[in-house]
Write a protein of this length. Structure first.
Length: 246
């Protein structure tokens, strides 16, 4: 950066004026460690990571949070109990192993969501009963398939939808009586053919429409004339035609 020209009258009282500024590694209004601007602090620490660790105890929460992204991981651990949740969220993106596992009890949901997104799959059952549905949803996305049946009765439909998307086809019949039609529809659209055939009598047309795509052809013939919903009759007719059925 030999062609860099520092601005006039820059940061007269700053100790970095004669070092980093002259090298183009910081600049007022652009990249500054001491500004109350997250954008400027981030730009500074991205260029000068060696300053990050010294900022971990700074009084300004945003400076600590940004420093946690650039400081050595072994130094970041001490911010796991930081009073500011934004700082702890940044910490959760860096830690691994036992240090990350400790964050599953953090009072902030975003910290726990981040932990659930990064923990080894074997540790995820510890969060299956988290009080926040968004944490459980993240768990449902990543937990080993063998543990998914334990979450089938989760009280939140969005969590059960994740389960319906991931359960093996042979296990989806367990969701046939889910109280939410969208959950049943997701399950019906992935079920084994014989299980899907039983969903053709579901009270909700969305479920029957999804089941049409999986059920055996012989089970669809009656729907073409008897289903009360136009969309279901049309889907059944289209599939029969596409598969060459008379």
């Amino acid at each position: 950066m030999d062609d860099y020209q520092p601005p006039e009258n820059p940061c007269q009282q700053c100790a970095l004026r004669e070092t980093l500024l002259s090298d183009g590694r910081c600049g007022p209004g652009d990249a500054c460690l001491f500004a109350h601007s997250g954008r400027q602090i981030d730009r500074f620490l991205r260029r000068n990571r060696e300053f990050a660790e010294s900022c971990l105890d700074d009084g300004f929460w945003e400076r600590r949070a940004i420093a946690a992204q650039y400081a050595p991981v072994e130094a970041v651990v001490r911010l796991s109990k930081d009073p500011d949740e934004t700082v702890r969220r940044a910490v959760a993106t860096r830690l691994t192993g036992d240090a990350l596992l400790k964050l599953i009890h953090d009072p902030d949901r975003e910290v726990r969501i981040t932990a659930a997104a990064r923990l080894p799959a074997a540790d995820l059952p510890r969060l299956m009963n988290d009080t926040d549905y968004a944490v459980r949803q993240q768990v449902a996305r990543r937990i080993p398939h063998g543990r998914l049946p334990q979450m089938i009765d989760d009280p939140e439909p969005v969590v059960r939808k994740e389960i319906a998307r991931r359960l093996p086809a042979f296990a989806l019949s367990r969701m046939a009586r889910d109280p939410d039609p969208e959950v049943r529809a997701l399950a019906a659209g992935r079920m084994l053919p014989d299980d899907a055939a039983r969903m053709l009598d579901d009270e909700h047309w969305l479920v029957r429409a999804a089941a049409v795509q999986q059920a055996p052809l012989e089970a669809l013939t009656r729907l073409v004339t008897s289903d009360p919903e136009d969309a279901v009759r049309q889907l059944a007719a289209e599939r029969l035609t596409a598969d060459g059925a008379p």
